[in-house]
Design a protein around this ligand. Structure first.
Ligand code: BES
Ligand code: MN
Ligand code: ZN
Length: 495
């Protein structure tokens, strides 16, 4: 999809469709008033007749309205003017694009970025419009023998009453990069485990590196042995696919500037291993590499934006399979940090690969490390599919990530990482065990990771509930690429 932003009058704009908002009760937005005036009150007549009530999420498509240059007019309900909030704005956008995608309309001109919205600036509205438009046109049919027809909607223009400034143009450019990054993340997430293997992820990283001139390194199992990553290696023992430790380095900042390191969980399929998962919905464990996919999507987005920061992605990737060679419950391994781990459940494998990757991340002398992982089912129980679980050893970092998530509407919720939970990981036989019981499962998982992140500022994002949707529309969401890119954009602005 192509995007542009320009000053334009809705009634004169040639397009497949112009899109304007109507509040509940019939109040027209400024752009809708212009159309109404040009079309001799056609819009207000329709509203008076009751064909459009302006309720949030409602739409009405008009064809060939008199004196209007566009072929169609789409009226979008905004809900009550007094209650107009970010959520209503986003719902209206989703409804508008859902309606557009049902037509043969090739290009649309939207006049929604002008709507007054408390606490949200124009840049925000531009970004959200681009992300929701791109989302509406997303299809994953590369594995169907006969892909469906590509969506008709190819061009989206954001019309403004005044000439857009450089902030607006920059917001548009950034949003395009974020949307493309999120698409990469979704595609990787949606690919099945027999295609998206650790080797496939490494090849993707190499392709991004080549295209955007980043440095890429792929460590093999023998290299990991030399580094003493026996925790990570214990997870891949049952798999026929070789494990990979992928690093991508983006150097947009000054040479001496310490990097932000993103560590993404890259389990390309999680059967649970010897502690085998139940069969129902096990297919969804192909998404267990969404942390890795998020790191790759974010790297691509910031490279496209040309952010003046140094950012490294570290991606430990392997499969968790049952096999004669696989780990057994009770096995004890020594991590790269030297700490020993009793593996009481081979299905708590994410933390076993992350702990070595987090130790490895220390080699980059990071300013900050953020890991992203589909780590626990317990996080889904706690926060559902709305908020990402956020844990950190630094409250300022936690706030920066929460704020970025709020702004991007890709929200996280701060969870406790108190020492009081640590005792649940005590083991009779090793320095720690890899599970802490049912109580506070997402917290004890974070506590486990915290034992490997003492040397730097660190946050952990548990995206088990937010990285993909189940049910009829199952698929990867591309989250939290918007949160992370916004965090990095904010960081660049604060430098
Ligand atoms: N990849 C899963 C976490 C997961 C489960 C994500 C369900 C999304 C939906 C992780 O590797 C896992 O299996 N975690 C276990 C940990 C338990 C054994 C302590 C879990 O959450 O059940
Ligand atoms: Mn597991
Ligand atoms: Zn897993």
């Amino acid at each position: 999809m192509e995007f542009s932003i320009k000053q334009s009058s809705p009634e004169k704009q040639r397009a497949g469709c112009v899109v304007v908002g109507v509040y509940e009760g019939g109040k027209l937005s400024a752009a809708a008033q212009l159309l109404d005036k040009a079309a001799a009150h056609h819009l207000s007549d329709l509203i008076a007749r009751g064909d459009m009530n302006g309720k949030a999420g409602s739409t009405l498509m008009l064809h060939h309205a008199a004196n209007i240059a566009a072929e169609r007019v789409l009226l979008v309900g905004l809900g009550k003017a007094a209650e107009f909030s970010a959520k209503q704005f986003l719902d209206a956008l989703r409804a508008a694009f859902a309606a557009l995608q049902k037509t043969a309309c090739k290009d649309a001109a939207l006049y929604l970025a002008d709507l007054a919205l408390k606490g949200r600036d124009e840049a925000w509205k531009i970004k959200q419009t681009v992300l929701i438009a791109a989302e509406s046109g997303y299809r994953f049919d590369q594995l169907k023998s006969k892909p469906a027809d590509a969506p008709a909607l190819r061009k989206v223009m954001l019309g403004c009453a005044d000439k857009p400034g450089s902030t607006a143009q920059q917001a548009l450019d950034q949003a395009i990069a974020i949307a493309r990054g999120a698409k990469l993340t979704k595609d990787l997430g949606n690919l099945p485990g027999n295609i998206c293997t650790p080797t496939y992820l490494a090849d993707q990283a190499k392709a991004i590196a080549k295209h955007h001139k980043l440095k890429v390194t792929v460590l093999e199992e023998k290299d990991m042995h030399k580094l003493g990553m026996h925790s990570l290696l214990s997870v891949t023992r049952g798999s026929a696919q070789p494990a990979k430790l992928i690093t991508l380095e983006y150097k947009g900042g000054e040479k001496k500037q310490k990097p932000i390191v993103l560590v993404g969980k890259g389990i390309t399929f999680d059967t649970g291993g010897t502690s085998l998962k139940p069969g129902a919905e096990m297919d969804e464990m192909k998404y267990d590499m969404c942390g890795a996919a998020t790191a790759l999507g974010t790297m691509q987005a910031i490279a496209e934006m040309g952010l003046k920061l140094n950012v490294v992605a570290v991606i430990p990737s392997c499969e968790n399979m049952p096999d004669g060679a696989a780990s057994r419950p009770g096995d004890i391994v020594t991590s790269m940090s030297g700490q020993t781990i009793e593996i009481l459940n081979t299905d708590a494998e994410g933390r076993l690969i992350l702990c070595d990757a987090l130790t490895y991340a220390g080699r980059f002398e990071p300013d900050t490390v953020v890991d992203i992982a589909t780590l626990t089912g317990a996080c889904v129980i706690a926060l559902g599919n709305v908020a990402t679980g956020l844990f950190s050893n630094d409250d300022k970092l936690a706030k920066e990530l929460l704020d970025a998530g709020d702004y991007a509407y890709d929200r996280a919720w701060h969870m406790p990482l108190w020492d009081d939970y640590q005792q649940q990981l005590d083991s009779n036989f090793a320095d720690m065990q890899n599970i802490g019981g049912r109580a506070g499962g997402s917290i004890t998982a974070a506590c486990f990771l915290s034992r490997f992140t003492k040397d730097y500022r660190w946050a952990h994002l548990d995206i088990a509930g937010t990285a993909w949707k189940s049910g009829k529309d199952k698929g990867a969401t591309g989250r939290p690429v918007p949160l992370l890119t916004q965090y990095l954009v904010n960081l660049e602005n604060s430098k």
